[in-house]
Write a protein that binds this ligand. Structure first.
Ligand SMILES: Nc1nc2c(c(=O)[nH]1)N[C@H]1C(S)=C(S)[C@@H](COP(=O)(O)OP(=O)(O)OC[C@H]3O[C@@H](n4cnc5c(=O)[nH]c(N)nc54)[C@H](O)[C@@H]3O)O[C@H]1N2
Ligand SMILES: Nc1nc2c(c(=O)[nH]1)N[C@H]1C(S)=C(S)[C@@H](COP(=O)(O)OP(=O)(O)OC[C@H]3O[C@@H](n4cnc5c(=O)[nH]c(N)nc54)[C@H](O)[C@@H]3O)O[C@H]1N2
Ligand SMILES: [Mo]
Length: 647
């Protein structure tokens, strides 16, 4: 479909016409660095790999990606700590651990399969220690749909053995407190003639940076830790006690850790905490970032990155005979800036709803309307598609469950999950329309029309049989060795995660304790009336797709125009439950002050000074200047706001 200004409608367009038009427009742009290529994490490895091939052959690394808004703090932070930006545990490890720490994720809603694992662990008597500002129901108690007894008797199993309602953004301080306790307990144990509580052999053999960390923790006083974390020294002690008693600890985390202005450092403190007792790289222990989209991790692995390393460039040269540019491209925040400034002229989206997922829609929507070319490869219509540029084209594609038949027959595609397991799936439903194409076929169509025969890449040959795409992936990325045969084994295979067997691909070859200066006292959050807004998913949504208005675990029904508040913060402002309020951005930058009007106050069990509301509605008050400078992840979970009753 193409937008037709005369009739103010999208009108049908032949596939070949669409490809040709896109090719013409892309070729009009004087410099390839003036086009942006977004990927949302639903794209399969095969589609994402072809997309990066198209973009690199075109000549840029402008790869804004949903991962830039999600686990980028993990992808940037963990490699410096443990040499890889991925989790180190397998699902089986949960059967062997004897404590689980959970920071900033809401599995009852967002990772329902994880609930079964936590449920089982809890029944086994494994303590589960939760750090989350909100009391999340499914983390407190959970009735397993897999348990006939619980289903029949309406009973449930307690999940969290201790629930620490850390202040929003207080995790850095909480983690320093936990580690400070561990060091103090270790010293006390040594004094009593014990062996100490640190894994000294692990630290000596595998780590660097321990002395710097120790000094930082010694220099951090308990008062500041209590104030910044919102947790008492004794509460932190009880959690540290569980930690040192356990032989094998797994730590899980989500967006409550990554989406902060110091998200990267948050992630690194999690790694420090585990490394103190050698809880990385052995059975039953490790770090477990819970990913979002089904293939957000895989897309990164197969080359969707704005900062290609030498191995990637060399691999591309090996597989395709040309050497792509190594010039650093744009991440999501930078791509929006480039579009807003009129520097970038085109945006091609492999899925997603970028404009709505991002901060400050007033700014972002205006930017999108300046584009000369916007193209969306998509399964469903969404709001971003209505941000019309000069030429705006929608290319409908198959979903994962649709049967994808190419020249050599039905095709399977592959994805990588949070545990680095790669498996194949094949669609089985008849596609919803005869005219739809697969994502790889659409990317190939755009590529042919844009690049012609550049570098002799035979796009038709590649998409005729996706095994050929996988063979190319294997040439570029040798960790996919025997890709096509290994995905044919039931359950797929695991990509190599060196940290999981204590091989550290860091600069020094060691696991590295990384010091974060000070506590997370973000100046933007310091004003007298300022509250820290965190933005959440409800039970009835998948990211920007809102399926219904209920959020059953949080007890909100039929609406989303609410703000969760602590009762003292309400009283301070003379508000009672049900009061109508305006939420005003307290961003430091004047041009970013925006307001959300007429929302309703809901009293909630949340720490004083923290408020919560739903993503994406709350994005209106999120400043484009407020993101983690290391990873580019917007601070979606630490937004300064003030609240006023409506006039
Ligand atoms: N049903 C459903 N499933 C999904 C999604 C969906 O939208 N719907 N989205 C998918 C995607 S892309 C992702 S990334 C994942 C996201 O999964 P989660 O990481 O669970 O995402 P959020 O809903 O953003 O919730 C974050 C949790 O962090 C807590 N939190 C907020 N601020 C802080 C803080 O400062 N510190 C701590 N410790 N906790 C905090 C919140 O109270 C909440 O419980 O889910 C994926 N799965
Ligand atoms: N305030 C705030 N903002 C946030 C977050 C937050 O917690 N708070 N979370 C951030 C996070 S973690 C993420 S991951 C981003 C999400 O950002 P995006 O990934 O851009 O957003 P989604 O809503 O997941 O995109 C959904 C759209 O993708 C398309 N789609 C779905 N499936 C497919 C498919 O198989 N193929 C193709 N081609 N298209 C498909 C459909 O058009 C659908 O409307 O949002 C971020 N924004
Ligand atoms: Mo995400």
């Amino acid at each position: 479909m193409i937008y037709d200004a005369a009739s103010d409608r999208y009108v049908p367009l032949d596939w070949q016409q669409a490809f040709n038009l896109i090719g013409e427009e892309l070729n009009k742009i004087p410099d390839p660095h003036q086009a942006e290529f977004y990927t949302s994490g639903r794209a399969s490895n095969e589609a994402a790999f072809l997309f990066q091939l198209l973009v690199r052959a075109y000549g840029t690394n402008n790869f804004p990606d949903c991962s830039n808004m999600c686990h980028e703090a993990t992808s940037v932070g963990l490699p410096k700590s443990i040499g890889i930006g991925k989790g180190t545990v397998l699902l089986e490890d949960f059967d062997h651990c004897d404590a689980i720490f959970s920071f900033g994720h809401n599995p009852g809603t967002n990772h329902p399969r994880m609930m079964a694992t936590l449920h089982e662990a809890s029944r086994r008597g494994v303590p589960i220690i939760v750090f989350n500002p909100l009391k999340e129901r499914a983390l407190e108690r959970f009735a397993s749909p897999q348990s006939p007894v619980e289903m029949a008797t309406f009973s449930s199993t307690p999940i969290a053995s201790a629930y620490h309602q850390v202040r929003t953004g207080g995790d850095l301080a909480a983690l320093k407190g936990l580690m400070k306790h561990v060091l103090e307990m270790d010293a006390a144990d040594l004094e009593k003639g014990g062996d100490g509580l640190l894994d000294r052999a692990f630290i000596a053999e595998h780590c660097i940076g321990f002395e710097d960390l120790r000094q930082d923790l010694e220099a951090t006083d308990w008062d500041s830790i209590e104030r910044a974390s919102g947790l008492s020294k004794s509460a932190l002690k009880s959690a540290a006690d569980v930690y040192v008693k356990a032989k094998k600890v797994i730590l899980c985390y989500g967006m409550g850790i990554t989406q902060h202005s110091r998200g990267t450092e948050n992630v690194q403190q999690l790694a420090n905490f585990l490394m103190l007792r050698g809880n990385i790289g052995r059975e039953g222990a490790g770090i477990c970032p819970l990913r979002g989209h089904s293939n957000v991790q895989g897309d990164r692995t197969v080359g969707i990155t704005e900062i290609p390393n030498k191995a990637l460039i060399d691999g591309m040269e090996r597989a395709f005979g040309f050497r792509p540019t190594d010039k650093q491209g744009h991440n999501a925040v930078e791509s929006i800036e480039a579009i807003a400034e009129g520097h970038s002229k085109a945006l091609i989206c492999l899925g997603g709803n970028l404009a709505v997922a991002m901060f400050d829609p007033e700014y972002v929507f205006k930017a999108m309307r300046k584009l000369d070319l916007s193209v969306h490869i998509t399964t469903k219509l969404n709001r971003s598609h209505l941000l019309i540029g000069k030429t705006t084209i929608l290319l409908p594609c198959f979903g994962r469950t649709d049967l994808d038949t190419q020249e050599s027959g039905p095709q399977a595609v592959t994805v990588e999950d949070s545990m680095s397991m790669v498996h194949a799936s094949r669609g089985f439903l008849n596609p919803p329309g005869e005219l739809l194409k697969s994502e790889p076929a659409i990317v190939a169509g755009i590529a042919k029309a844009t690049l012609g025969n550049r570098y002799g890449i035979d796009w038709d040959w590649l998409i005729a049989d996706y095994d050929r795409i996988r063979d190319k992936i294997e040439i570029v990325f040798p960790i996919f060795k025997d890709y096509n045969s290994r995905i044919r084994v039931k359950g797929g295979f695991r990509l190599d995660v060196p940290a999981s067997y204590r091989k550290w691909n860091t600069e020094s070859g060691k696991a590295t304790f990384r010091v974060a200066q000070g506590l997370n006292v973000d100046p933007a959050l310091a004003g007298p009336d300022v509250l820290v807004l965190t933005t959440l998913r409800s039970h009835d949504q998948y990211n920007t797709t809102v399926y219904g208005l209920d959020d059953r675990y949080r007890g909100v029904f039929g609406r989303r125009d609410v703000l969760f508040m602590n009762e003292h913060d309400m009283a301070d402002r003379g508000l009672t439950e049900g009061a109508l309020i305006n939420i005003v951005s307290a961003a430091v930058e004047e041009d970013d002050k925006r307001t959300i009007q007429g929302y309703t106050v809901v009293r909630y069990d949340i720490p004083r000074g923290s408020v919560a509301g739903y993503y994406p509605e709350m994005n209106t008050v999120i400043s484009r200047h407020h993101y983690d400078r290391q990873s580019g992840t917007p601070a979606f979970k630490g937004v300064p706001v003030t609240i006023a009753a409506t006039a």
